[in-house]
Structures are given as structure tokens and as C-alpha cells.
Write a protein that binds this ligand. Structure first.
Ligand code: SF4
Length: 694
């Protein structure tokens, strides 16, 4: 499986999986990849790669790839292979028909974090210029949208503050709601190395992740909280820091808004925010919180790393703000070894957000209601942009169900598998009149589609990805697109057919346009990327070689802003009928909904989703190792195989969502973050019973 002969040449590119963004070399024989090896000069990985990246080429040549465009009038009809022209013209005529019948805002588009910056930029441009509305959203909606919101509100920029290398200078590392060993393996190795050198580790997670007690590292503190209580724990940590005189007063006085800080200090000092008061909710002993707070606040360099275990909650944005508050209060921002570091899930989720893929923001996180920003894009694009934000993904579903949203262009995102409450999603998809899916495979969403445009893998196109440390890296074409078109060419063809002309001949021209219109990308070009290997934005006249560490002398917004973060328990409560809390995550060898990794050698390592259940809860239910169990929530039910483990605490069960057969999202609910609608994937009240199934 691994080797197909001697390589004749190699092409340097970037891994298309997780937010580490490792540089890889595709070793080639003709148009065939012989193997993928880590690029030793890769800025994010310095010569390392994980089991996903090394096998990444497997799915590109998988027999499931669809390489011809297809259309059908009804989803019950068989697919009909057609030419690119016929498929594009059919999609355009259907989307235009819908707009004439239901109005300009009755269609929209979804951008993929698996696609390049250039492709993402083009989709949002097509929606705004050719569709004439702001109904564009990205899969960041369901993962790190609270990061964008929370960090912008407090620090002034919707991105992490550090470079990965920064961890090598950290004295105390706090990992909240993230499992780097499985989710960000190459960065996890770097973090573990630093811990072995002596850095202390605090893990805040309902589950005993590998970092808590692996053969090589041990956490000094594991705050094993109940799912849904991040903000309670963060409030309690802040309470200790404020009431025990651990605030970095000089940093706060020099760098932060005084009035906002005073209000925050008064709020967190209240007895209701003490570890003792919040112990019953969070389940974390107050003494452990006090010890962890002291350790973080007195570290020379304290660095916080967090993941979807923070963002995918009804208080996801509140928790991100609370993390930024902690870092500012302790002076842990603006130098190496510290910072607020979201571990972004997908390879280009940072980039898809940077490129204006949100319904309220144009490229560079500038609000559509800002007249100056709009005017800049309008004069360059030759169109009028609506000043009101468009629909978010969940709003699109709701509008579809009430009959006002009828057409969707969905690039590289499998919403029927990845979004919560599958029944709700599929009902919305069934209510639409034209769904255009652009993907490598006939995924779950394609079951509801009328047009299928074959996508191109990362091996088949040029472009850039931006990783979790804002590092822009080149993606280089190693073989021609199997379908004859790269994704950016298909989007361009659709925009042209919709009546908005686009004439790019290479993705570098799209990047040049991004640089002209986006201040944080003003200094980015393919030439410079080829010379320097990669660039961390902001990259402009002030920072021509990029910005590894942000907020050094001042915050991007000027003064850092503390915001009050009141803990509000989630509506998702356990009851006698649903007595356990389900939380979700990933494994090392699989990636997200598994569309790619399930079609590589990785499936040999992990071939099905399983339900982790504590032996005590299993015994109560008569469940033994490997039994099939029914998992039922208020939203739906599914069947999984059980595995008994003390990694999960009593009362909590855990699964992954890599396989459509297990359908984890059949049971997740519609609850979402108050500010961004990011789904509350991490807390679902369920019942688990043994079932007789094979
Ligand atoms: Fe690197 Fe992530 Fe790809 Fe693994 S999956 S090789 S850690 S980018």
C-alpha cells in the first residue's frame, strides 16, 4: 500500500488535514505519488508528520472518486453524467430560476476549510458578486466561530497569538478542551518535548486524554470537569487570581482598558465565582482549581492551548473570552512562550475565516456594514454589496424549512454528516429546490443534491492554506485534476454562468487580489512564499516577513478589553430519562467525518466509532466490552459498540464522529453558542442501553 516504486521527483506541498499544516513532500513517479514524507524545512512541523499526513495521498486516487459532473432533476432520479458546461449551465439556470421566483436572498453558498484560501475567497466573492447577497458561511461555524468572536472582542484579532515554536519557551502549559495527541499530533510532540524538559501541564477536560498520563508526560493537574462547565472553571480560576493578588498589575495598567478591567475584577471576586461555590456545578474540587490557578499565574511564561472542547458549547464564545481574560490578567500575552492559542481543527479553517467566508464579514474580518470596507470591494469587484449580514448555516436551514431559502452551493463540506441534529439538516435539504455539491466523493449531502461537481484533491491544485498559527503555506499541484478542473476553476465557471465575469488563469492572481484588498495579507505573494517557505499574517509593510507573535507592544485593538463572563448552565440537562452526558472527539488516525481518512490506509488503525463508557455505568446497564448499545437523546438515536474505560468519568460517555454508519450527529442537538451559533456538540444528555444487534 505504501510504496509503489522509486520516486523520480518530489513536490513540496502542505498537508490537507489538521490545523498544524505540516509541510510535506510528495515523492512522485510520473503522475503517481510513491509516498509522502515530511518536509524538513516546513515552518510548522520541522521535519515531522503524523500517520494521517503520511498516508494522505491514498484518498486522492481512491476508486470512489467521482470525476465527471452529474445532474438530476429530482433526488429520486439516477445521476446522469454530463459535460462540465452542461452541469455548470444547469446549476446556474436553476439558481437564477430560484432567485427570480423566491428573491435574491433565496440562495447561498458554503465554503470549505479543506479548500485553499484562493478557492474560499472565490466562493465568497461569487456569493457576494454573482448571487448578490451575503449568504455565505464556512464550516468554522461549527467549530471555531467562537474563537473568531471572542478573540476579536478582547484582543482585537480573530486568531491565535503565537507560533507553534513558542511552546518551547512555555513554563506552564494549560490545555483546555483539546486533545493534541489525536487532533494535532505533530504539535503535541513538540508540547510533550517541552513538558519532558520541565514545563508544568494543566489539563482541563472531562476525559483523561493522553496528555494527562502518557508514558512520557504527566499532567500536574487534571481538572476533570463536567461537560458544559468550562465557564464555571474559568471563572473560578479567575477568582483565585484576583482574590489572591496574582494579577500582573503592571501589565494590566499599561496594556488594558482600566474601566473594563475594574468591572471584571469586581465581578470575578464575588463569592459566587469562587472555586468552592462552583464546585457542585463543575465537579472539580476547589483545592485543585486553586492550585492550578496559582501555578498558571505564577509561571514565568504561561501558555493556554484550547480546542473544540471550549468552543462547541452554548457558552463557547464566553469561554474564549474568559481564556483571553485570564491571559491578560496574568500578563501572558505579547511574547514567546505565552499566549492564547486556539488549536484549529481543519487545515485551512483559519484561512477560510480570513477570506471573508462569514455572512457578516468581508476578507480580513471587516464587517459588511462598514461603508468604507464595502466601497473598497465594490469598486474592485464592480458590484453593490448588501450592507446587512446574510444567513449563517443554521439560519439557512431554518429559512429552507420556512420556504424562503431554496438553493445552495456546497463546496467540500458534508453538512448532512457533520452538522448537529441530522434529522433537522436533512429536512432542510429536502425542502430546497437546487443543491449543488462540489466534492471528491458522493458524500451524505450529495444524497440530497441535484448537481454534483467533482472536486479536486490538494494534490491536484495550486494555492495556499493558513494553519492555526496564521502561517500561510503553499499547496502545489503534483498531478493534473482528475476531473479536468480544479475547484477554483469550477467556482469561476459557475460565477461566469451566473452572469458575473471572472477571468483568473492561475491561483496566484487570486492571491494578488486578496493582498490588494486585505491589509493583513498586503505583503503576501507566491514569489515571497516560494522564497521564505511560509508567512504568518499580518504580513504587510509593517511586517514584510510576517508576524510570528502578535500583540507585542499593543493589542491589535489598542488596549486589551476584559469582558464579564457570567457562567450560565447549558439547557441540555440530564434527567431520569437521559441520565448520562455524551461528549465527542477524534482519534489520531481518522479525520473529522472521515471522507478522506476512511479511504486511506488509516482505516486499518481505526475502523469504527465506539462509545466509551465508565465500567460503573456499564455495569449498571449490564453492558460488557464490545456489546452493541443504543444511544438515545432528545434529538434521535443511534447504535454503537461499547468500550469500557476509566478514561471517562462516571456519568459521562464519549464517542467520535468519523463514520456515517454510527451517525453521532443523529443524537446531537440544536443547542448552540449564543454569539455565533456554533453547535453544542460537546454536551448531549443521553440514555445508553444494551441492544441485541450484530
Ligand atoms: Fe501534520 Fe496534522 Fe497533517 Fe498530521 S494531520 S501531518 S499533524 S498537518
Amino acid at each position: 500500500i505504501i510504496a509503489k516504486g522509486q520516486a523520480e521527483h518530489s513536490v513540496t506541498t502542505t498537508c490537507a488535514y489538521c490545523g498544524v499544516g505540516c509541510g510535506l513532500k510528495a515523492e512522485m513517479k510520473g503522475n503517481d505519488v510513491v509516498r509522502m514524507v515530511p518536509w524538513k524545512d516546513g515552518g510548522a512541523n520541522e521535519g515531522h508528520a503524523c500517520v494521517k499526513g503520511r498516508f494522505a495521498w491514498g484518498y486522492a486516487s481512491h476508486p470512489d472518486r467521482i470525476t465527471r459532473p452529474m445532474i438530476r432533476a429530482k433526488i429520486t432520479d439516477p445521476w446522469r453524467e454530463v459535460s462540465w458546461d452542461e452541469a455548470i449551465n444547469y446549476a446556474a439556470s436553476e439558481l437564477r430560476r430560484i432567485q427570480q421566483k423566491y428573491g435574491q436572498n433565496a440562495i447561498g453558498g458554503l465554503v470549505s476549510s479543506r479548500c485553499t484560501n484562493e478557492e474560499d475567497y472565490l466562493v465568497q466573492k461569487m456569493v457576494r458578486a454573482a448571487f448578490g447577497n451575503n449568504n455565505v458561511d464556512t464550516c468554522a461555524r461549527v467549530c471555531h466561530s467562537p474563537t473568531g468572536y471572542g478573540l476579536k472582542q478582547t484582543l482585537g484579532e480573530s486568531a491565535g497569538t503565537q507560533t507553534f515554536k513558542s511552546v518551547e519557551k512555555a513554563d506552564v502549559i494549560m490545555v483546555i478542551g483539546a486533545n493534541p495527541t489525536d487532533g494535532h499530533p505533530v504539535f503535541a510532540s513538540r508540547m510533550k518535548r517541552r513538558i519532558r524538559e520541565g514545563a508544568k501541564l494543566i489539563v482541563i477536560d472531562p476525559r483523561a486524554i493522553d496528555l494527562v498520563s502518557s508514558p512520557h508526560v504527566k499532567a500536574t493537574h487534571h481538572l476533570k470537569l463536567r461537560p458544559g462547565t468550562n465557564v464555571a472553571v474559568l471563572s473560578a480560576l479567575a477568582h483565585v487570581i484576583v482574590t489572591e493578588g496574582l494579577v500582573d498589575e503592571a501589565f494590566v495598567a499599561a496594556r488594558c482598558e482600566a474601566k473594563a478591567f475594574d468591572q471584571w475584577r469586581e465581578f470575578v471576586a464575588r463569592p459566587a465565582n469562587s472555586p468552592e461555590a462552583l464546585e457542585a456545578d463543575s465537579g472539580v474540587p476547589a483545592a485543585e482549581i486553586r492550585a492550578a490557578a496559582r501555578l498558571y499565574a505564577t509561571a514565568g511564561n504561561g501558555a493556554i492551548y484550547y480546542g473544540l472542547g471550549v468552543t462547541e458549547h452554548s457558552q463557547g464564545s464566553t469561554a474564549v473570552i474568559a481564556i483571553a481574560n485570564l491571559a491578560m490578567a496574568t500578563g501572558n500575552v505579547g511574547r514567546e512562550g505565552v499566549g492564547v492559542n486556539p488549536l484549529r481543527g481543519q487545515n485551512n479553517v483559519q484561512g477560510s475565516c480570513d477570506m471573508g467566508s462569514f455572512p457578516h464579514e468581508l476578507p480580513g474580518y471587516r464587517h459588511v456594514s462598514d461603508t468604507l470596507t464595502r466601497t473598497q470591494f465594490e469598486s474592485h469587484w464592480g458590484v453593490t454589496i448588501q450592507p446587512e449580514p446574510g444567513l449563517r448555516i443554521p439560519n439557512m436551514f431554518e429559512a429552507a424549512l420556512d420556504g424562503s431559502f431554496k438553493g445552495l452551493y456546497c463546496q467540500g463540506e458534508d453538512i448532512a454528516q457533520s452538522d448537529p441534529n441530522t434529522q433537522h439538516v436533512t429536512a432542510a435539504l429536502l425542502a430546497m429546490e437546487c443543491i449543488v455539491v462540489q466534492d471528491l466523493f458522493l458524500n451524505e449531502t450529495a444524497k440530497y443534491a441535484h448537481v454534483f461537481l467533482p472536486g479536486s484533491s490538494f494534490l491536484e491544485k495550486d494555492g495556499t492554506f493558513t494553519n492555526a498559527e496564521r502561517r500561510i503555506s503553499r499547496v502545489r499541484q503534483v498531478m493534473p485534476p482528475l476531473s479536468g478542473k480544479s475547484d477554483w476553476e469550477a467556482t469561476m465557471a459557475l460565477a461566469n454562468a451566473m452572469g458575473y465575469p471572472m477571468h483568473y488563469t492561475h491561483p496566484s492572481q487570486i492571491m494578488d487580489e486578496i493582498a490588494r484588498l486585505t491589509p493583513t495579507f498586503a505583503g503576501v505573494s507566491y514569489d515571497k512564499l516560494d522564497r521564505l517557505g511560509s508567512l504568518q499574517w499580518p504580513c504587510n509593510a509593517d511586517a514584510p516577513s510576517g508576524t510570528p507573535t502578535m500583540h507585542i507592544d499593543t493589542f491589535v485593538r489598542g488596549k486589551g478589553r476584559f469582558l464579564i463572563t457570567q457562567y450560565v448552565p447549558t439547557d441540555e440537562k440530564i434527567t431520569r430519562r437521559f441520565p448520562l452526558l455524551l461528549t465527542t472527539g477524534r482519534v489520531l488516525s481518522q479525520y473529522n467525518v472521515g471522507a478522506q481518512t476512511r479511504r486511506t490506509a488509516n482505516t486499518e488503525f481505526y475502523a469504527e466509532d465506539v462509545l466509551e463508557i465508565h465500567p460503573h455505568d456499564a455495569q449498571e446497564r449490564g453492558i460488557k466490552e464490545n456489546d452493541w448499545v443504543g444511544v438515545e437523546s432528545r434529538a434521535g438515536q443511534t447504535v454503537l459498540r461499547a468500550t469500557l474505560t476509566e478514561r471517562v468519568q462516571p456519568g459521562v460517555v464519549y464517542t467520535t464522529f468519523h463514520f456515517p454508519e454510527s451517525g453521532a450527529n443523529v443524537i446531537t442537538t440544536d443547542n448552540s453558542d449564543w454569539a455565533t451559533n456554533c453547535p453544542e456538540y460537546k454536551v448531549t444528555a443521553v440514555q445508553v442501553v444494551r441492544v441485541a444487534q450484530t
